[in-house]
Design a protein around this ligand. Structure first.
Ligand code: FAD
Length: 379
């Protein structure tokens, strides 16, 4: 007998399992995949930790979460500083003085601010000339916020590929703000703590689950053995899709998906950076990840790696059976989730948690924080 059956060996399940185990609870963790770590799973290929379900960069302002993860991994000093490739022209992201210098040749923050202001004023004047007072679509909204040059080269194509529709057909509210930095700073995340667990996320999650009170079984589909598995534990913590738990009785929650094409290249470097975003409309992929740069191109002993692994990312429509990535928190899906939440609240002896169990986009630190809080509450 176990105190907890945890369905899902992702960050939510592993965090909760660890805290419960340390409080003396007996825990069984199952996952239908053949590995632990859920979507943060990394697999070693050619000595490189490859992020199999999309690039993951750990960043947080939450001291409790940072202290928690430090117990299971050493983090390196990786800082996310993506590069934009617009038809072969390279720009620094997020928008900062390096970007503006490359775009317009401006040198001082004052000159950059003036240039942006001029472009915004032109956009406003053009709209007013047409008798338009509020931006009617994402394109107008973005140009009002950042001006035409940055929009055309760095926002338009990327956004259209992500959403699969022209910016003129996307609602303005999708972009509320486009932060502009008038300093030389390519650090994408403005977080107090940032880095990549040395040796990969899988190693970190394995360490979290390595406790005498935790048993882990992978390759186990919960719904194929639900009654038997439920009988093994007092309480179930379920971190799979909430609609699947209720057999889609109210309908299917929708997701946005991503498709990855991975390639091993027989050369030491492909692009010299972990992430390059393709911001034109013509290139079919949104970005290319070169995994070795998350650990500075070195193996675990600090040697340079001769090969490289890249992943091209494509935005794709999601259908039932595909890997669910990003929840679509629009009105329709939020209302459907609310119905499932009601069923979940009435389900005795089952806790629903994590990105799929709560149908919520969670960054890694937020999902760990949520699991720690749930543990505080129930243990
Ligand atoms: C493309 C992408 C990139 C991201 N990049 C970042 C980033 O850079 N930084 C960041 O902080 N966050 C990032 N995130 C968020 C991060 O992936 C999540 O916070 C985290 O994976 C959530 O963990 P979880 O445990 O809730 O879910 P999961 O990791 O999905 O774990 C749930 C587990 O449950 C298992 N499961 C489901 N159903 C069943 C069943 N019926 N039986 C058995 N097992 C089942 C699944 O196999 C899965 O392993 C990114 C997310 C995506 C989609």
């Amino acid at each position: 007998m176990y105190d907890y059956l945890i369905v899902g060996a992702g960050l939510y399940g592993a965090t909760f399992a660890r805290v419960a185990a340390e409080k003396g609870k007996k825990v069984l963790v199952i996952d239908k995949r053949t590995h632990v770590a859920g979507n943060v799973f990394t697999e070693e290929i050619e000595g490189i930790q490859v992020h199999k379900y999309g690039a993951h960069i750990f960043h947080t302002n939450n001291k409790r979460v940072w202290n928690f993860v430090q117990k299971y991994a050493d983090f390196n000093r990786f800082t996310n500083s993506p590069v934009a490739n617009y038809k072969g022209e390279l720009y620094s992201l997020p928008f900062n003085m390096y970007t503006f210098n490359k775009m317009w040749g401006v040198v001082t923050p004052e000159e950059a601010a003036q240039k942006i202001e001029e472009q915004r004023a032109d956009a406003k004047a053009a709209m007013e000339a047409e008798g338009v007072t509020e931006p009617r679509n994402l394109e107008e909204q973005a140009i009002l916020l950042i001006g035409r040059d940055i929009y055309e080269k760095l926002v338009k194509g990327y956004t259209e590929k992500q959403w699969g529709r022209p910016c003129t057909e996307l609602p303005a509210f999708i972009i509320k703000r486009l932060p502009v930095r008038l300093i030389f700073d390519n650090n994408y995340f403005n977080a107090l703590y940032q880095g990549i667990p040395i040796g990969g996320y899988t190693k970190m999650v394995k360490n979290m689950l390595d406790h005498e009170n935790i048993e882990v079984k992978t390759g186990v589909e919960y719904f194929e053995n639900k009654p038997e598995l439920d009988d093994l534990a007092e309480t179930v913590l379920y971190t799979g899709p909430i609609d699947a738990y209720f057999n889609y009785s109210k309908g299917t929650l929708e997701y946005r998906s991503v498709r990855f094409e991975n390639e091993i290249l027989d050369k030491p470097s492909f692009q010299g950076n972990a992430a390059v975003n393709y911001t034109d409309s013509e290139t079919p992929w949104t970005r290319i990840i070169e995994h070795k740069w998350f650990e500075f191109g070195k193996d675990k002993d600090g040697n340079d790696l001769p090969k490289t692994v890249i992943s091209r990312e494509f935005s794709s429509e999601w259908k039932l059976g595909d890997e669910p990535y990003y929840p679509v928190n629009d009105e329709k899906n939020s209302a459907l989730y609310a119905q499932y939440k009601e069923l979940a609240d009435a389900e005795k002896g089952v806790i629903f948690g994590g990105r799929l169990g709560e149908y919520k986009y969670y960054d890694m630190d937020a999902v760990i924080a949520a699991a720690l809080e749930k543990a505080d509450e129930v243990l």
